[in-house]
Ligand binder design. Sequence first.
Ligand SMILES: C[C@H](C[C@H]1O[C@@H](n2cnc3c(N)ncnc32)[C@H](O)[C@@H]1O)NC(=O)c1cc(-c2ccc(F)cc2)cc(O)c1O
Ligand SMILES: [Mg+2]
Length: 215
Amino acid sequence: TRTSRPQRILKAVQRKATVGDPQSVITAIDHFCRHREWAMNVGDEKGSILDSVVNEVSPVTVLELGTYCGYSTVRIARLLPPGACVITLEFNPDYAAIARQVIKWSGLEDKVQLVEGASGDWIPWMKEHFGVQAFDLVFLDHWKERYLPDTKLLEECGLIQKGTVLLADNVICPGTPDYLEYVRNSPHYNSQYYRSHLEYTKAEDGLEKSVFLGY
Ligand SMILES: C[C@H](C[C@H]1O[C@@H](n2cnc3c(N)ncnc32)[C@H](O)[C@@H]1O)NC(=O)c1cc(-c2ccc(F)cc2)cc(O)c1O
Ligand SMILES: [Mg+2]
């Protein structure tokens, strides 16, 4: 097909959503992915759980790993108070370009720092480059086998402190067994599973919320 799926998602946003209205952007993407073409956004069902965790944490600094088209970036940023921001990492330049336009359409660009690059390369530079002390909330939604190494990297870089909340998508489907085993068995995390479904389907999936207890 001439266009990519992310390009068709952006077109659906530009056709159906109102500029500056994040909820209409979320609704347009969910409608497109439920009725036209499935895509790997966190979706409306798991998205509501994400919303409740963001509201509970009231984070000032959020890290999102794996932007894709910016759907969860918009979900998170729309709930942030003035002065709070989400740094989101995406290493596919085509996806990053689409995400920038989706985030712009929602009017939330002031609350979002989209970084084009790989998590493993950028995490060590977060403090120096963005002046981040520690993250209040990390949303893991990138390559599933990078969840564990990047969590350990965040720990080593002092970007996870007492109270930091890790929220991981897809812990069942596609699955992140080594990450789950780590956060569920570590004495440094208090972990709980929010059972849900794979976006736009009846298959089981869920989010794992893990609170860092300190060393
Ligand atoms: C991995 C993707 C999400 C994005 O992450 C970026 N990315 C990657 N590694 C890095 C990095 N190391 N640093 C920065 N960005 C990075 C990438 O380019 C994608 O845009 N997500 C998924 O693959 C994903 C897949 C499914 C899924 C479920 C059932 C199926 F039958 C088929 C697919 C569901 C989901 O909910 C997902 O989230
Ligand atoms: Mg996901």
